[in-house]
Design a protein around this ligand. Structure first.
Ligand SMILES: Nc1ncnc2c1ncn2[C@@H]1O[C@H](COP(=O)(O)OP(=O)(O)OP(=O)(O)O)[C@@H](O)[C@H]1O
Ligand SMILES: [Mg+2]
Length: 254
C-alpha cells in the first residue's frame, strides 16, 4: 500500500461533490481511482456493492487493468478481514461490475433496455464500411427527394447546389454535407448545434448583433491599419530629398 500524498488522499476520500483529477503520466491516477473504489466498497458506514459503481475508461486495455487492480485490492481487503460476508460477495460481484469503456457501457445499456427503445435486441454495431454505405444511401434518397419535391426545402436545396457543386455532378455538395454531418455528430447535441450555426447567418437582429460583426470589424480594422502604414511609408518617401526617384530607379512601394 503506497504512502499516499495529501493530494492523493484528498482525491480518494472527498465525498458529496464532483472531482476532477489531472496529473502527469505514471503519477498514480489509476492507483488513486482504484483506492477510491475500494474505500467505497469497504466503507463501514455505508458500504457500496462493486456492481453499483460505473467505472468508464478510454480503452479496453485500461478497463482490464482497472478490473485486475480492483481484484487485487479486494484480495488484500479480504486478507485483512477474511470473515466479511460483504467482501466475499464483492469478489463474485466484480465479474458483473461495470468497469468498461464508455462505448461498451452504452452498448450494454442499449442491449439491456432494447425493449424500451423498441429495437431488435439482436442488433449489432455496424462496421465503418457498412456505416459509410448507409450514409451514402440516405444521402442519395435525400437528394432524390429534394430534386423531386417542389417546396420551400427544394428552393433552399437548389440554392446550396448552385453555390457548392459543379455543373456536372453533385459530389462536392455531397461531400460538404457528409463532412458537416461528421462534424455535427461529434457534438453532444448535433441538431441543436446545426440550428445554432445556421442561425448565425440570420441578421434579423441587425448586423451589429451578429456573431460575424466582431470578426468583420477586426478584419476591416486590420486592412485599414495596413493601408495607413503603407500611406505613411509613401509619405515618408515623398519627403526624401530625391522624392520617389532613388538611385535612378523608381522606388516600388510594397
Ligand atoms: N503515493 C505513492 N507512493 C508510491 N507509489 C505510488 C504512489 N502513487 C502511485 N504509486 C505507484 O506508481 C505507479 C504508477 O501509478 P498509476 O499506474 O496509478 O499511474 P497513472 O497516473 O494511472 O499512470 P498512467 O498515466 O500511465 O495511466 C503504480 O505502481 C502505483 O502503485
Ligand atoms: Mg492510469
Amino acid at each position: 500500500m503506497p504512502q499516499w500524498t495529501d493530494q492523493q488522499r484528498e482525491a480518494i476520500y472527498t465525498k458529496g461533490q464532483d472531482i476532477l483529477i489531472a496529473a502527469a503520466a505514471g503519477s498514480g491516477k489509476t492507483a488513486v481511482l482504484v483506492e477510491r473504489i475500494i474505500q467505497k466498497v469497504i466503507d463501514t458506514e455505508s458500504p457500496v456493492n462493486i456492481d453499483e459503481l460505473m467505472v468508464a475508461t478510454f480503452t479496453n486495455a485500461a478497463a482490464q487493468e482497472m478490473r485486475t487492480r480492483v481484484q487485487l485490492a479486494l484480495d488484500v481487503a479480504l486478507e485483512e478481514n477474511p470473515t466479511s460476508d460483504h467482501l466475499k460477495k464483492q469478489a463474485t460481484l466484480l465479474q458483473q461490475a461495470s468497469i468498461s469503456t464508455l462505448h461498451s457501457f452504452c452498448l450494454d445499456l442499449v442491449k439491456r433496455y432494447s425493449y424500451k427503445l423498441d429495437i431488435d435486441p439482436g442488433f449489432r454495431i455496424a462496421n465503418d464500411l457498412e456505416a459509410d454505405l448507409l450514409r451514402q444511401e440516405v444521402l442519395e434518397d435525400l437528394f432524390e427527394y429534394w430534386y423531386s419535391e417542389e417546396n420551400d426545402e427544394q428552393v433552399a436545396f437548389f440554392d446550396v447546389v448552385d453555390r457548392f457543386s459543379s455543373d456536372r455532378h453533385d459530389q462536392d455538395v455531397e461531400s460538404i454535407i457528409l463532412k458537416l454531418n461528421d462534424f455535427a455528430m461529434k457534438n453532444p447535441w448535433p441538431t441543436e448545434w446545426l440550428d445554432e450555426i445556421a442561425s448565425n447567418y440570420e441578421l434579423n437582429e441587425g448586423i451589429t448583433n451578429s456573431p460575424w460583426f466582431g470578426i468583420i470589424v477586426d478584419k476591416v480594422t486590420d486592412t485599414l491599419e495596413q493601408a495607413k502604414k503603407e500611406a505613411e511609408k509613401c509619405h515618408a518617401i515623398t519627403l526624401l530629398p530625391d522624392g520617389l526617384i532613388i538611385t535612378g530607379k523608381l522606388m516600388t512601394v510594397t
